[in-house]
Write a protein that binds this ligand. Structure first.
Ligand code: UD1
Ligand code: CA
Length: 404
């Protein structure tokens, strides 16, 4: 098989999002959109990536850091998707393999689709392979133009469509596999002859077809694999679909989610077998929950929360940057922040850690088998030894703890 690299387009300004943040950093289920696209490439076996950045490039590069397999390529002026790909010329002009092209605003792309695309490209010895999808509402997408025999002739962008073309529901989700040399040859010939006055990548495809090269398509990929995020409505739509995927994965791994539409779980969260997530629970961040836990209803887990096994978190309980040992119970109205809590600790209704004194965050350390009565305020920094009993309604400072 030919060697493969990927180009990911992520330089756009995104006027339709009405945002100052680079579009690809907007989050879907807790992760920036671009992260999913990078993952899809990797899982499909493509390691080397050229990511085109422009608007907000420092922020994007900072977020994805020093990954040896990523080459950051700057597109100084946004002149269209074709121009963006051409920015890789100095790296790829003489590359004799295949180049996969994806957009950073397609977080829903799955590695399976990328694999299918690559396989078809290889089997057919095609010069270019694209995907197509049928959408009920194709507005905003490039339309696939076919001749009377069903052969693909090209792609016409939404803004350039005539009224008849506007009715076409088969669209370009915008992921492709090209023979690299054919791609760059065609790109050198495209012109900005369209309403946006941009260099379209889709025009390169047209030129490749017109030159008689073989172009094939993976047709009718699922509509949800075609969603590009251009505005906040599409961002929320993508979030909804991704949330369902996250929950499906967890349910397959043996997690019970009582009411999926009323539960939100970060894509990075790890949850153990036979844990039950009750409705209206919000789990945000790279958190870890063990097995046989019961979380919610109305629980809120934030960055750094680690629940070991058999933990019970009930209504209106918030956990942030804390580790709760096996069998900890905090059933009602607690806030646990910056604490390390041992095994089988009972945290009574409304008991909280006071982790912030207005200037600094402080830590709480609580041993095993501690009983924390309802309404207790643990003023951090504090260290409560194992077996300790804190009566209901007390405000406990470090000095109040009697070491035996
Ligand atoms: C593009 C496709 C369209 C397809 C749709 C699917 C073209 C011309 N059109 O349209 O056929 O149906 O995606 O979602 O390719 N970008 C750059 N530099 C630029 C311009 C864009 O890096 O100069 C990046 C953007 O950041 C984005 C991606 O390329 O990640 C796609 O650009 P966008 O403007 O969103 O294209 P669409 O109008 O959605
Ligand atoms: Ca787009």
């Amino acid at each position: 098989m030919a060697e493969k690299v990927a180009i990911i387009l992520a330089a756009g300004v995104s006027s339709r999002m009405n945002t100052k943040l680079p579009k690809v950093l907007h989050e879907v289920c807790g992760r920036p959109m671009l992260a999913y696209v990078i993952d899809a490439c990797r899982s499909a076996g493509v390691e080397k990536m050229y990511i085109i950045v422009g608007y907000g490039k420092e922020q994007v590069i900072e977020r994805f850091g020093d990954d040896k397999n990523i080459v950051w390529v700057e597109q100084k002026e946004r002149k269209g998707t074709g121009h963006a790909v051409l920015c890789c010329k100095e790296y790829l002009e003489n590359f004799d393999g295949d180049t996969l092209i994806l957009c950073g605003d397609m977080p829903l792309i799955r590695s399976e689709i990328v694999k299918t695309l690559i396989e078809k490209h290889g089997q057919e010895s095609a010069a270019a392979t694209l995907a197509t999808a049928i959408l009920d509402n194709p507005k905003g997408y490039g339309r696939i133009i076919r001749d009377g025999y069903g052969n693909i002739q090209g792609i016409v962008e939404d803004g350039d469509c005539n009224p008849q073309q506007k009715t076409i529901k088969e669209v370009n989700p915008s992921y492709y596999c090209f023979k690299n040399k054919t791609l760059f040859e065609a790109l050198s010939k495209i012109t900005p002859n369209n309403v946006k006055n941009e260099y379209y990548l889709t025009d390169a495809l047209h030129l490749i077809i017109a030159a008689g090269h073989k172009v094939v398509a993976v047709t009718a990929v699922a509509a949800e694999d075609a969603i590009g995020v251009n505005n906040r409505q599409q961002l929320s739509e993508a979030g909804k679909i991704m949330q369902r995927r996250v929950q499906d994965r967890l349910m397959k791994a043996g997690v019970t989610i009582v009411d999926p539409p009323n539960t939100w779980i970060d894509a990075r969260a790890e949850i153990g077998q036979d844990t039950v997530i009750e409705p209206f629970t919000y789990i945000h961040g790279q958190i870890k929950i063990g097995s046989n836990c019961r979380v919610g209803p109305f629980a809120y887990l934030r960055e750094g929360a680690i629940l070991k096994d058999d933990v019970v978190l009930g209504v209106f309980t918030e956990v942030k940057n804390s580790t709760l040992g096996d069998g900890v119970r905090a059933r009602h109205h607690s806030f646990i922040g910056d604490a390390v809590i041992g095994k089988n600790v009972n945290i009574g209704a409304g008991a909280i850690t006071a982790n912030y004194d207005g200037k600094t965050i402080h830590k709480s350390q609580i041993g095993d088998d501690v009983y924390i009565g309802p309404g207790t305020i643990l003023v951090a920094p504090i260290d409560v030894p194992s077996g300790y009993n804190l009566k209901a309604g007390s405000v406990v400072n470090a000095g109040d703890i009697k070491k035996s």
